[in-house]
Design a protein around this ligand. Structure first.
Ligand code: ADP
Ligand code: ADP
Length: 232
């Protein structure tokens, strides 16, 4: 069943129709890939799911309930975590501080002392297979792949049901991309619904269960893995 579903969704910016009649769903334990050229509407789609924009036609359902998010906090509160290309991490702050950033109140961590936060962060990252020898390092000094993995690990730890990844491999080399793709599979296997926005059909095919292609704001393909192949 779908955790998040869009039915006939539309969004316009003044005269510009960024999305029209878009239907798609995000399922538990599945990766839904969203592909499309610049201007196709991918960012607009993310912004609607992440609570940065509202849609102005159609419906969006989260856990079966029709929702209009009016803030990122509301989206996150419904279990939707968004990892942007720029990561929205505080680059000069330490790894451990970033791990908890914005989530202190959850899990009763508010007011937790530094030593405990560091320990919990270290334990969680290790559990999730991420090795960072020095948690005091500014997160900005880590590789792009490591940062993406930490952002995903953080979303899993804090209980996200859906994770939206905005071109997570776009700025990465082959090896780092591989690490992040493996991490996407990890999130999927942990039962999250993953939305993987990408320009890269190969990356999509490596991890995707379902593929949605947008073109000029419309869905031009919505296919299950079995229905697509790379050699067209
Ligand atoms: P599997 O991947 O194990 O074959 P799924 O649960 O992905 O099984 O698919 C079950 C059915 O739901 C299929 O008909 C598939 O096309 C459909 N489906 C799965 N994911 C999506 C999705 N994100 N959007 C629309 N339909 C989907
Ligand atoms: P993508 O992420 O696939 O490149 P976008 O969602 O950014 O696509 O853009 C879809 C369309 O909406 C484009 O024509 C773009 O110029 C337009 N658009 C996006 N954001 C705005 C905005 N804030 N104001 C006006 N037009 C916008």
């Amino acid at each position: 069943t779908a955790i998040l579903e869009m039915r006939d969704c539309g969004k316009s910016y003044g005269n510009i129709q960024a999305l029209r009649g878009v239907s798609m769903s995000v399922r538990q334990g599945k990766v839904t890939c969203v592909l499309g050229d610049n201007g196709a509407g991918k960012s607009t789609l993310i912004k609607i799911m992440a609570g940065l924009h509202d849609y102005n036609a159609g419906e969006m359902y989260v856990n079966g309930e029709e929702r209009h998010f009016s803030s990122p906090r509301e989206s996150l509160g419904s279990g939707i975590a968004t990892v942007y290309q720029d990561l929205a991490l505080a680059p000069l702050m330490s790894v451990w501080r970033n791990f908890f950033l914005g989530n202190e109140v959850k899990k009763g961590l508010f007011g937790m002392d530094i030593a405990t936060m560091k320990r919990v962060c270290g334990e969680e990252l290790t559990k999730m297979g991420i090795v960072i020898p020095d948690l005091d390092r500014p997160i900005g000094s880590l590789s792009g792949g490591q940062k993406q993995c930490i952002a995903i690990a953080r979303a899993i730890y804090f209980g996200a049901k859906v994770i939206i990844l905005d071109e997570p491999t776009a700025a990465l080399g082959v090896k780092q991309s591989g690490v992040v793709l493996k991490y996407i599979m990890k999130a999927r296997d942990a039962g999250l619904g993953v939305v993987f926005i990408t320009h890269n059909p190969h990356h999509a095919y490596l991890v995707g269960n379902h593929f949605v292609i947008l073109k000029l704001g419309r869905v031009v393909l919505d296919a299950h893995r079995d229905e697509v192949s790379l050699d067209e």
